[in-house]
Design a protein around this ligand. Structure first.
Ligand SMILES: NC(=O)c1ccc[n+]([C@@H]2O[C@H](COP(=O)([O-])OP(=O)(O)OC[C@H]3O[C@@H](n4cnc5c(N)ncnc54)[C@H](O)[C@@H]3O)[C@@H](O)[C@H]2O)c1
Length: 281
């Protein structure tokens, strides 16, 4: 979809990080934007900073009624919706068996439920308009093996899968509506900084690893090194936003911020195919 002045976008998780940068990049292209987030103070601040073509709609994406209210507010303010960016996300870490069921529920209800709610509420508006685009933010973690972050990795795999279904269905029912599933690598946000702080704080402060036994720290060392390596490739949010919007304009189903890191996805598929005994070549 060509992004043009006068169009209307909804961006969730837009008070901070990638969502905020996407909203800013859309405003720079002349779009009007409804920004949504659970962090009301930060959201209101963001909307004020982005200018008078932006409205702040405090929204918990896990709550379908609040997502319906987000659509109502957007249409009341701007009269239409062209682009929906289902970006809000949260993480949870630890050994799979140790993560509290409440944390699994929280990650699942925000990451998967939030995208499902966005699709459920906004797709009929786009179908009625006859055009538009939906962006769902997954992660490279959804394409690779996510150790000590199973709820997050599994939720991001689900987003990739459901985006593929949505795209295939819309190709049949409403071919002018595009779908992009974004699989970011490391982007410079609070979420990624939280991960690097586990590997060791940059300056001074206490790290999560200090709370673990020396045996566990030793066992996790290769993973911590991998995170530190990833951090060397960290991308500014504004650059990630430009990649995402270029994917929308190109009508790409899959996009990543880090093509080289995405090679790990091929290793996973090769491992699966090898185990199945599928013919190679
Ligand atoms: N930063 C990275 O390296 C990276 C990598 C891969 C994927 N991602 C994904 O990118 C997206 C944006 O993350 P980010 O890195 O900008 O992190 P971030 O923490 O800076 O931003 C996430 C935003 O989502 C909001 N949010 C959380 N729960 C919500 C809810 N229930 N309803 C509405 N808003 C809610 C938060 O308040 C926050 O403003 C997430 O889906 C994340 O999983 C990020």
């Amino acid at each position: 979809m060509e992004l043009e002045s006068g169009q209307v976008a909804v961006v969730t998780g837009a008070a901070n990080g990638i969502g905020r940068a996407v909203a800013a990049a859309l405003v720079a292209r002349g779009l009007r934007v409804a920004v949504a987030d659970v962090e009301t103070d930060a959201l209101v601040r963001t909307a004020a900073e982005l200018g008078d073509q932006v409205i702040a709609v405090p929204t918990d994406v896990a709550d379908i009624d609040q997502v319906r209210a987000l659509a109502d507010r957007t249409i009341a303010a701007f009269g239409r919706v062209d682009l929906v960016v289902n970006n809000a996300g949260v993480g949870a870490g630890g050994p799979s068996w140790d993560i509290a069921p409440a944390d699994w529920d929280r990650v699942w209800s925000v990451n998967v439920g939030g995208v499902v709610n966005g699709i459920h509420v906004f797709t009929p508006h786009l179908i009625a308009a006859g055009s538009g685009h939906i962006v769902n933010t997954a992660s490279l973690a959804g394409l690779t093996v996510g150790l000590f972050g199973a709820p997050y990795a599994a939720s991001k795999s689900a987003i990739i899968s459901l985006s593929e279904s949505l795209r295939g269905e819309l190709e049949i029912i409403a071919p002018n509506i595009g779908v992009t599933v974004v699989c970011p690598g490391p982007v410079d946000t609070r979420m990624f900084r939280g991960l690097t702080e586990m590997a060791g704080p940059p300056e001074g402060g206490a790290s999560a690893s200090e709370a673990m036994s020396p045996e566990v720290v030793a066992a996790l060392a290769p993973m911590m090194e991998a995170v530190a390596e990833m951090a060397k490739e960290i991308l500014p949010t504004a650059q990630a936003a430009e990649i995402i919007l270029a994917a929308v304009e190109a009508g790409k189903l899959y996009e990543t911020t880090h093509p080289l890191m995405s090679l790990a996805a091929r290793e996973r598929i090769d491992t699966i195919m090898e185990s199945f005994g599928a013919p190679t070549g």
